[in-house]
Design a protein around this ligand. Sequence first.
Ligand code: ATP
Ligand code: MG
Ligand code: MG
Length: 396
Amino acid sequence: MKQNESMVLPRVGVLGGGQLGRMLVEAANRLNLHVSILDRGEGAPAKQLAAHDQHVDGNFQDSDKIRELASQVDILTVEIEHVNVSELIRLKQENPNLRIHPSPRTIKIIQDKFEQKRHLNANGVPLPAFQEVKSPEELKEAGKQFGYPLMLKAKKMAYDGRGNAVVRNEADIAQAWQSLCSTTANSTASQLYVEQWVPFAKELAVMVVRGRDGAVKSYPVVETVQRDNICHLVLAPAQIDGTLAARAKKIAETAIISLDGAGVFGVEMFLMEDGGLLLNEIAPRPHNSGHYTIEACETSQFENHLRAILGRPLGSTALKVGAAGMVNILGNGDERETMLPCVTALTVDGATIHAYGKHECRKGRKMGHITVVGQSMTQVRNRLRPILAAIKPGGN
Ligand code: ATP
Ligand code: MG
Ligand code: MG
C-alpha cells in the first residue's frame, strides 16, 4: 500500500452482520479498514468486532437504512444475497461514485435461484434440468418428464435448505407444494421451480475471487458434506484427481466470469458417479465452504474479498498446509452442549475455534466452526475424529 493511500482508506459498508460479516471485519481490522455494518441486531456478530458508533441498526431490506449506511461509506458490499437489491440499483444510479460490489445486477440474478439458473444455462454452464412450475398440476407434468424423486425449490429467500422440498412421487406433490408456499416469504405460485434429482457421488465447492479488473483466481476445490441440507463438513483439498479438479475450477470460473462485479463467490457443484459435474448454485459473497481458507490458505476468502472490492491486488489462493477440514457447530438448543466440540478442539493439534458470538443457541443455527489443519488428509481426519465425536445429537 502506498503511503498516501493509507491516509484515505475507503470506508466499507456491509449489508448483514452475521458470522460472514464478523470474519470480514476480522480481516478488515488487520488491514486497518473501517467497516460499518447494517444489521437488525445491535449486538450482531459482526458489530461486536468493530468498536465504533457508525453501525446501523436495521433491516437490510429497509431502503432508508440502506441509504443511511451508504451515506457513511465509499463502498458497499453484502454478506447475504437476500437484500433489497432494487434500492442498491437506485442508489448506484443516483450516485455513480458509490461503489457496490458485487454489482447489484449480479446480486439480483443470484438472489432468484431460477433466474440464476437461466443465466448460467445461457452461459453454457452445466446444470441439472430445471423448470418453472406455477401450479401443482405443472409439477405433476414435470414429474412425468423428469421422473422421481424431484427437488422442488423456492426461487427466493432460500438458505440452509429452507426453501427445498423433496417430491418422492405424485402423492407427495400437494404436501411439498404446500410446505414451500407456506414457508416462503411470498406465497404466490410463481415463486417455485423444480429440479431434476441429482444422484451425486459427492458435493464439491470452489471459491472464486474476482478483482475489479475482472481477473479471477480460484481456491482449491473442496468436498462438502451436507446434513439435513446444511453444510456439516468441508474437506480441502477434495480427494479427487487433478483433471477433475481442473474441470471443476474451469466451470466455476466460467460461471463467475459471466457475472459482473468484484468479490468472492462460492460455487457449489455436484460430482456424478461418471465424473460429470453440474453446478448447483452460486453465492455472491464469502461462503461456508471457504472458512477453512483462514487457517489453510495464503490469503483467506475474507481478505481476498476486501482486496477485490477495493481494487487491490488479489492474494494467493494456494493452500499453505497439506490438508484442512472444517466442521460447523450447529445449535441444538442447549448452548453448553452445542459448544462441547470446541472444548474438545482445545486439546487437538492444528485446530482453531471460531465462536460467532450469537446469543440465542437455536436448533440448527450456525453458532461457530472449527478448522483443523494437518500435513495430510489422513492426519486431518484423525484430528477431526474426537471433535466430530463430541457433537451431540440434535446439533450437526
Ligand atoms: P445454501 O445454504 O447453500 O444457500 P440452499 O437453501 O440454497 O442452501 P441448495 O443449495 O439448493 O439449498 O440445496 C441444499 C442441498 O440440498 C444441496 O447442498 C444438496 O445436498 C441438496 N440438493 C439440492 N438440489 C438438489 C438436487 N437437484 N438433487 C439432489 N440433491 C439436491
Ligand atoms: Mg443457496
Ligand atoms: Mg446451497
